[in-house]
Design a protein around this ligand. Structure first.
Ligand SMILES: Nc1ncnc2c1ncn2[C@@H]1O[C@H](COP(=O)(O)OP(=O)(O)OP(=O)(O)O)[C@@H](O)[C@H]1O
Ligand SMILES: [Mg+2]
Length: 287
């Protein structure tokens, strides 16, 4: 049996000088190769959870962490963040702020240099990684001249160059247009499906989640309140609503029709099966 790649064992975490814990009694196991989406309101604890996985909490931010977080079998509290970066790559919501270099190649080189990778390896890794995220031949381009979606893919390339086993994305597309969003999610989907990378995405877009994730975790006030397959979690329209969260449009529509006695069978979480069933219903109504 495979061991989980990420494991939270009864974790409660307080930021320095705070009364209320940012995370409470978190028990969580994520298996290698899973694509997990995390949903929750502002301030729920999503980013904090991600920062526990790369060890920034508690190693850099301090505070008190009760329980344990192990990643790839290592206790994150005991390893420098720089070491954890070889296992866990994290990208954030604002790609522009993650760019500090004059060229795309230098952006990717930065982490490699810090990790002490030899120059002759870097000249091989950089173009390989750029190609992986669909930025082949972009070596000399200025990061600031790229589109938002391209910048975010460059940020992903910079973490992928370190060959992490886990990619965490914290609202990676919140500042992107629809095309940029699609670009980022399809890259993450490809890395997950083709390279078996473990992906954890913090995300508000439930439609996207329903399409890509193997599992959805809902966090509320620092606690995990739902944890299961997207079809199971995202169809719980009323419970999500009570937490201030939105279910996919397809699920909301089906729920509405069910209340009027017009919908039978499972609640869809993606558009295609909902459209299919509505078509059948219209066909039947026409006789
Ligand atoms: N550096 C910090 N010091 C003290 N408290 C913090 C710090 N960072 C976050 N918090 C608090 O911890 C709790 C969880 O915050 P966190 O940023 O993890 O939430 P989030 O779910 O990522 O929210 P958002 O959707 O706004 O990004 C909040 O109450 C927040 O105010
Ligand atoms: Mg956050």
């Amino acid at each position: 049996m495979t061991d989980p790649i990420i494991r939270f064992d009864n974790v409660t975490y307080h930021y320095p000088g705070t009364e209320e814990p940012a995370l409470r009694d978190i028990d969580l196991e994520i298996m290698p190769g899973e694509y997990v989406a995390i949903l929750g309101l502002n301030g729920a604890g999503k980013t904090t959870l991600g920062l526990c996985v790369n060890g920034v909490v508690p190693t850099m931010l301090g505070g008190t962490l009760e329980g344990s977080v192990t990643v790839g079998g290592l206790d994150v509290g005991e390893y420098p963040v720089r070491e954890m970066a070889k296992i866990v790559g994290m990208v954030f919501d604002n790609p522009e702020f993650q760019m500090s270099q004059l060229s795309a190649a230098e952006e990717v080189a930065l982490g490699l240099e810090n990790a002490g990778i030899a120059y002759e390896d870097m000249v091989r890794i950089i173009p390989e990684t750029l190609e992986l995220v669909g930025l082949k031949g972009f070596e000399e381009r200025s990061p600031l001249g790229l589109s938002g979606g391209q910048q975010q893919r460059l940020a992903i390339a910079a973490v992928l160059a370190m060959k992490p086993q886990i990619l965490i994305m914290d609202e990676p597309t919140s500042n992107l247009d629809p095309i940029g969003k699609q670009e980022v999610f399809s890259i993450a989907g490809k890395l997950n499906k083709e390279a078996g990378m473990t992906v954890v995405v913090i995300e508000h877009e439930v439609e996207v989640m329903a399409k890509f994730a193997d599992r959805v975790i809902v966090i509320d006030h620092g606690r995990i309140v739902m944890n299961g397959a997207p079809e199971e979690i995202l169809s719980r329209v009323k419970e999500l609503g009570a937490l201030g969260l939105r279910a996919p449009e397809a699920a909301v529509l089906a729920d509405d029709l069910r209340a009027r006695g017009l919908w039978t069978g499972p609640t869809p979480t993606t558009t295609a099966p909902a459209v299919e069933q509505v078509r059948t219903m219209i066909g039947a109504a026409r006789g």
